[in-house]
Design a protein around this ligand. Structure first.
Ligand code: KG4
Ligand code: ZN
Length: 387
């Protein structure tokens, strides 16, 4: 079946046309066409995402994003404005839209847009959970994706390649809004076994970046500075805390780490002791060291908590999703970690599917649709949990 996915939970306006087949144990997916409009540049002017600004931008950009996604999928976009689903558009079987968690004003724009399309095209709607989207993001085989994107042509003969997931699986979701460990017995049976008590890990990256005067989103900026520090072997002498690393449970906390960075920055720094250091304090070098120490602290906590969860639940698969898994160091450390567990496979999404996108929403929508599990209500739910 063909699903049109719509995502507007935060600052990305995204629509993707995805072909899906197979059952819950063997689903496979192919991107027919997708488009995304990021508001990051606009929000970076304000240092973060403002819900009402995001809402205004989604409303403005949704029609053009739909047009591009349909054109890429070789579905003439002019047909989208007709009162019935004509031509190629009639091949779309359902519309999956993110209903939460996320920013409610932003979510409503996608929901309203999806409702209008569903009524016009007479297609069913699938209210979809954003976090289930991040989990499903690992199901897109790069061969079904990368080959299609550069030429924007769709080879109907191109076979699906399935990503097999062995359950039970452990999901680690690390994004701007969430940090959680989820135990999956199947795609439909999930339980949150650990979560952050305060800031999400991406939020901590964004806040620390802001303290260093770096633009939003801060994750990639911090990561760049940290890798510069590693290349030049720069270390911060001060150690930041690794919050809750030894708490024995599966919960996280990142606000203390963020505050430690703030206090460090506020402290008057002694003049450098080594003659090789510049006077006054070389701010660029200092910031690289801070970024490195912060990133190391985050990685250590994520790895330690995941190891505890693996020891408790013996998963056959470790799924990592969410924007923060774009981070090179975190990817490398988890790739190294799984080598310690010969019976466990690591599944990480394509880089383009780590941050918010509509392909993952179409995939999660499909899984929800074919399993006929209870679906969330069709209304914006900022704090939606799993059903
Ligand atoms: O999943 P996502 O796109 O949105 C939410 O659902 O929240 O995640 C966005 C988050 C932001 O906090 C951003 O700074 C972070 O992912 N991020 C990164 C990197 N790229 C994006 N964090 C660390 N390193 C990165 N390379
Ligand atoms: Zn997200």
């Amino acid at each position: 079946m063909i699903i049109l996915g719509i995502e507007t939970s935060c600052d990305e306006t995204a629509i993707s046309v995805v072909e899906a087949e197979g059952n819950e144990k063997n689903p496979s997916f192919k991107v027919l066409g997708s488009a995304i409009h990021s508001q990051a540049d606009m929000h970076s002017l304000y240092g973060g995402v403002y819900p009402n600004l995001a809402k205004r931008e989604h409303t403005k950009n949704l029609p053009a994003v739909l047009e591009t996604a349909l054109e890429k999928a070789k579905m003439p976009a002019r047909l989208a404005s007709e009162s019935v689903a004509g031509g190629e558009i009639s091949k779309i079987d359902a519309i999956a839209v993110t209903v939460g968690p996320g920013l409610e004003p932003a979510l409503w724009t996608g929901i309203t847009f999806a409702k209008e399309l569903a009524e016009k095209w007479k297609k069913p709607l699938i209210p979809t959970n954003h976090m289930e989207g991040h989990l499903a993001s690992v199901l897109m085989n790069s061969k079904n994706f990368i080959k299609l994107m550069p030429s924007d042509t769709v080879s109907k003969a191109h076979p699906f390649e399935t990503v097999h997931i062995k359950f039970p699986a452990l999901g680690l979701l690390i994004s701007g809004g969430h940090t959680e460990l989820v135990l999956l017995k199947s795609w439909t049976e999930k339980e949150i076994i650990g979560e952050t008590k305060d800031d999400a890990v991406g939020e901590a990256f964004d806040k620390v970046a802001r303290m260093l005067g770096l633009p939003y989103p801060g994750g990639p900026e911090i990561s760049k500075l940290a890798s510069e520090a590693r290349e030049q072997n720069f270390h911060l002498e001060t150690k930041f805390p690794r919050p809750m690393i030894k708490s024995g449970d599966l919960n996280f906390s990142f606000s203390g780490l963020k505050t430690a960075v703030l206090y460090y920055l506020r402290k008057p720094h002694p003049a450098p002791r080594k003659a090789s250091d510049h006077l006054p304090l070389d701010q660029g070098k200092e910031y690289q060291k801070i970024a490195r120490e912060f990133e190391d602290a985050v990685v250590e906590v994520l790895i330690e908590k995941t190891k505890t969860a693996i020891a408790l639940h013996n998963p056959h698969t470790l799924i990592i999703g969410g924007g923060v898994i774009s981070n090179n160091l975190i990817r490398e450390k988890f790739e190294a970690l799984v080598k310690e567990y010969p019976n466990m496979e690591l599944k990480i999404p394509e880089k383009s599917l780590t941050t918010d996108n509509a392909t993952m929403i179409a995939m999660a929508g499909y899984l929800s649709f074919i399993t006929k599990s209870a679906q969330p209500e069709l209304r914006a739910q900022g704090n939606l949990k799993y059903l």
